[in-house]
Design a binder for this molecule. Structure first.
Ligand code: MIC
Ligand code: SF4
Length: 645
């Protein structure tokens, strides 16, 4: 039986376990990446493990999320990360270098390699034929310290691409279509692998747009073959030497298959407030637009921005639209500056932002009250833009640029022709590294560098060994698809506190229920009840650490998103699923729950929970692997490593 590309790469990296879907495996991690908003925690944890020089081939620390520096906090975090990077032989990419995923694709990604990143969009590397996985910070710290990562072997969903995209339809429309077909939980427990004749019509940056937003499917990762387009991309970055051709066997068998004819696709938009709420752009033409944002790790490549510049050239942004553009990296920005494209954008009335995450994570450019904001980004969860009543639509760069000109949602060849806009050919380019943004290469590390800790950097909470009788009061009862943005919001006000969990915890679930932190503290042992896909979205382990700080002992949900479930276990909080979904409705705020013999019950397929308020007992499922059980007994991953039982 032929092998999928995903399983070939996993097999090459297998350290232990049986490579069968559902089994726990440990794989070698060739590379890691961190960014600053999750990175401070990663490096505090790395220090807590007394780690020495990293055990990976390459580890990079990027600064791209918190670059506003509205107070000393961000800059202190940068200095801390820089000092720890130097101690452990980690390459440090200074603020201004660009968005982690984009810079990694340009400078370090390589076909056939594995990459673990403390950011959910790490699968961007799948565009280069890597197995690139997003994980919680602690998992990334362990990958740096030990060079390994344990996960449940996923199933492989094959997406067969045929045909070729029509003009004015692009990679963003491909992934929006896949999201429409599969939903935000359609990828859970799976690797999404693209294959078929349509693959060759997509460039590496197109592929990276698609694998990047595979995170929104809840997938473990997404991967494309490595072919002549991969070689061309690597050559354009001066790195052809790392090219290897890679693909699935011709007779590879996929666990599931989705067929997509690229020729049939039309411009699409994800409507408020979920990336899978997808509609045809043609049906949204009546919607007036207030703001357009172009950039983020999804759509800020050189080609994307050159297309935008060619649409804007010699024209003017609609008077009632604010257009903001953030390029993906210093390489791209300097090229746009040198070839005049930047002047075309500015001439049309675009506001050029720093090449960083910026508005994608609510760091500035919050739209006005009740605004419609069209963004080329990957998430449109309610309130993520910083404006709770804004309506955010996710679209391609072509649709974003046309809409910025007309002031209403506009996309597609017919509309472009009616406006007299044609897309210029983008000639291939070569890019030189902007070396000024890279500090310390891996071989110049100095283990005796002092760690620089600003006053806002506080110790992170640690779990304690699992008690035999677990008491908990229900302090929150939520619906389906709760995001990590709901659990631990992020914006320009809160991001500066990512290294100060005690402070951050006061804002936990702020947008859903501002009274939650006080209630949880008072309960001194709380339980959260969730619906389906609890914890989707970001990899931020703050969404587990803040509840830990507030005394949460366990979370019972209908189902969990992969990274958040791991983050809860890493922190020593039990993620449990209802054996019977009907029990979800039986629980209410204030219900007093008890898990007796919790330590031994971890071993059983079902765990019994006593609802003392209602006087009934119901069953939940842990489904824990051996390693997960050890971590939960110890009160979290760090304790497990330190030998706590
Ligand atoms: C995001 O897009 O939500 C982030 C910000 O990049 C996060 C990481 C974080 O919360 O810091 C992610 O996707 O993992
Ligand atoms: Fe940054 Fe946005 Fe990408 Fe997250 S999704 S890494 S915030 S650009």
């Amino acid at each position: 039986m032929g092998k999928t590309l995903a399983y070939k790469i996993l097999e090459n990296h297998l350290v232990s376990g049986e490579l069968t879907p559902g089994e726990e495996i440990t794989i070698r991690m060739d590379q890691t990446l961190t960014q600053d908003s999750t990175g401070t925690m990663v490096y505090l944890q790395l220090e807590a493990m007394d780690a020495e020089k990293v055990k990976t081939e390459l580890s990079v620390a990027y600064i791209d999320h918190n670059t506003l520096q509205t107070g000393f906090e961000n800059a202190d975090d940068h200095a801390f990360i820089e000092s720890v990077a130097k101690r452990h032989g980690v390459i440090f990419s200074k603020p201004g270098g660009g968005i982690c995923h984009h810079v990694h694709l340009e400078n370090y990604g390589a076909p056939g390699k594995t990459l673990l990143g403390s950011d959910s969009h790490t699968p961007t590397g799948g565009g280069l034929g890597m197995i690139a996985i997003g994980a919680g910070g602690l998992d990334v710290a362990v990958a740096m310290a030990q060079g390994i990562y344990s996960l449940t072997a996923p199933r492989v969903l094959g997406v067969e691409l045929t045909g070729a995209l029509q003009p004015w339809v692009s990679a963003k429309d491909v992934i929006l279509h896949v999201l429409r077909e599969l939903s935000v939980k359609g990828g859970v427990g799976k690797i999404v692998e693209y294959y078929g004749e349509g693959v060759g019509t997509l460039s590496v940056t197109d592929r990276a747009t698609i694998t990047n937003m595979g995170a929104e499917l809840g997938a473990t990762t997404s991967v494309f073959p490595s072919d002549e387009n991969t070689r061309a991309y690597l050559a354009s970055q001066g790195r052809e030497a790392v090219y290897v051709p890679l693909s699935a066997d011709a007779d590879a068998v996929y666990d599931e298959v989705l067929r997509v004819n690229l020729s049939d696709l039309t411009p699409l938009a994800a409507m408020p407030h979920s990336p899978d709420n997808v509609a045809e752009v043609a049906g949204l033409a009546h919607i007036k637009v207030d703001q357009v944002g172009i950039g983020s790790c999804t759509n800020s490549s050189y080609t994307d921005l050159m297309k935008v510049a060619s649409i804007l050239k010699g024209r003017q942004v609609h008077p009632e639209v604010s257009l903001v553009i953030a390029p993906g990296s210093a390489k791209i920005l300097s090229k746009l500056a040198a070839n005049g494209a930047l002047a075309d954008m500015i001439g049309a009335g675009a506001r050029i932002l720093e090449n960083a995450c910026g508005p994608c994570i609510g760091m500035g450019q919050s739209p006005k009250s009740g605004a419609v904001s069209l963004r080329t980004f990957n998430r449109n969860f309610k309130g993520r833009s910083g404006t709770n009543d804004a309506d955010v639509y996710l679209v391609s760069p072509e649709t974003a640029a046309l809409s910025a000109l007309t002031g209403t949602i506009t996309g597609g060849a017919e509309q472009a022709a009616a406006l007299g806009v044609s897309l210029a050919e983008i000639p291939p380019e070569t890019f030189a590294e902007v070396a000024a943004f890279k500090v310390y290469s891996a071989d110049t590390n100095t283990a005796n560098t002092d760690v620089v800790m600003g006053p806002n950097i506080k110790p992170f909470p640690r779990g304690t060994a699992l008690e035999d009788t677990l008491h908990g009061t229900v302090v929150l009862h939520t619906g389906d698809n709760i995001t990590t943005d709901d659990i631990m919001p992020s914006d320009s006000r809160l991001l500066p506190y990512r290294s100060n969990v005690p402070h951050l915890a006061n804002y936990c679930f702020e947008k859903i229920d501002p009274a939650f932190p006080a209630r949880a503290k008072e309960a001194a042992g709380g339980v959260i009840i969730g619906g389906d896909n609890y914890g989707q979205g970001s990899s931020r382990e703050h969404a587990a650490l803040a509840p830990l700080q507030l005394g949460i002992r366990f979370v019972i949900a209908k189902s969990f998103a992969r990274i958040h479930r791991s983050n809860l276990i890493n922190s020593g909080i039990l993620p449990l699923t209802f054996a019977d979904h009907a029990d979800y409705g039986q629980l209410a705020l204030g219900s007093k729950l008890v898990i007796a013999d919790a330590r031994s019950q971890l071993e059983s397929p079902e765990i019994l929970v006593r609802d003392e308020t209602a006087g009934r007992t119901f069953a939940v499922v842990g489904g824990f692997t051996e390693l997960e059980k050890r971590m939960l007994l110890a009160g979290g991953k760090i304790n497990e490593i330190a030998g706590v039982i």
